[in-house]
Design a protein around this ligand. Structure first.
Ligand code: GLV
Length: 324
């Protein structure tokens, strides 16, 4: 008998075909996010779940799923999963690192360039028919080239962001829990800085740390005050890393110039204060959303789940202690 798996959100045909070759698949191709009760009901008889960041896999849920062997997240971030609770029940947890680094770095850059050149405002001006023609002092933005880029979180995606800065002649400084290897620093022309130094010197600050209790509100009122008044903040990692209410205040009173945001607290019910600000560029959590990357993420998650269920060690296992 094939192991039973649940796919909690819509995926691609090839993902389902691959899974069906190895598993008995139940899938939610209607794509409505499942609530806790719905998820628990559908997972009660499953050996695996291919889930997304909209699914909360916590201790209470896994307790109700006695046969569960693998939780395979279609994302690199896994703050939606209680990994310790899974480990305690010998459930493997996997994610999809690597395949989305470049697309996510591209989106961080999209937000950086778009905020620097005030894309939301200028496009709105054209679309609303208000453009009166060229003027020397119209819609003045700021330069990205030759500016100082600060990266908070220098993992794979942070490094991909830094790599792109080489072509823009930027000065790159970064802060990370641990300093990256000297050869990587050299290749990226990136200099390690303390957090306060990073805040004080960056013209553009891009956040790329994973979300956890330790990084909750890593950027709040106090940190925003330490930034340059002309600075631009980009959050392309996870809502909750920034205190959104404090950011709205800082953008309103000119503590910083602008922000480019792909992620928010309480998605999708973001703080309405953002919607009336002119100095923000907002995107709906699409960091990895290119067709090729989302296909690769879904397939990576499917492969992780199948490997776990046929008795192997999944390539992207987050809690190796369960297979020791
Ligand atoms: C997307 O947000 C991810 O963590 O992969």
């Amino acid at each position: 008998m094939k192991p039973k798996v649940l796919v909690t959100r819509e995926v691609f045909d090839e993902t389902l075909q691959y899974l069906a070759g190895h598993c008995d698949v139940e899938s939610n191709q209607g794509d409505m996010p499942l609530d806790t009760a719905g998820l628990a009901r559908r997972l009660a008889d499953k050996a695996g779940v291919i889930c997304s960041l909209t699914d909360r896999i916590d201790g209470e849920l896994v307790q109700r799923c006695p046969g569960l062997k693998v939780v395979s997240n279609i994302a690199v971030g896994y703050n939606n999963i209680d990994v310790a609770a899974c480990s305690a029940r010998n459930i493997m947890v996997t994610n999809t690192p690597g395949v989305l680094d470049d697309s996510t770095a591209d989106l961080a850059w999209t937000l950086m360039l778009a905020t620097a050149r005030r894309l939301t405002e200028v496009e709105g001006n054209i679309r609303s028919g208000q453009w009166q023609g060229w003027q020397l002092k119209q819609w003045l933005g700021v330069d990205v080239h030759h500016a100082t880029l600060g990266i908070l979180g220098m993992g794979r995606i942070g490094q991909a962001i830094a790599r792109r800065a080489l072509g823009f002649d930027m000065r790159v400084i970064y802060h990370n829990r641990t300093r990256v290897a000297a050869d990587i620093e050299q290749r990226l022309a990136a200099t390690y800085a303390g957090k306060d130094e990073l805040l004080a010197q960056a013209d553009f600050l891009i956040l790329q740390v994973p979300y956890s209790p330790q990084t909750h509100h890593l950027i709040g009122a106090c940190e925003l005050k330490k930034m340059k008044p002309g600075a631009i903040l980009i959050n392309s990692t996870r809502g909750g890393v920034v205190d959104d209410a404090a950011l709205i205040q800082a953008l309103t009173d000119g503590t910083i110039r602008a922000a480019g945001l792909d992620v928010f607290e309480n998605e999708p019910r973001l703080n309405p204060g953002f919607l009336t600000l002119k100095n923000v560029v907002l995107t709906p959590h699409i960091g990895s959303s290119t067709e090729a990357t989302r296909r690769a993420m879904a397939m990576t998650a499917a492969r992780n789940a199948v490997a776990a269920l046929v008795g192997g060690v999944p390539p992207n296992l987050l809690n190796p202690e369960v297979v020791r």
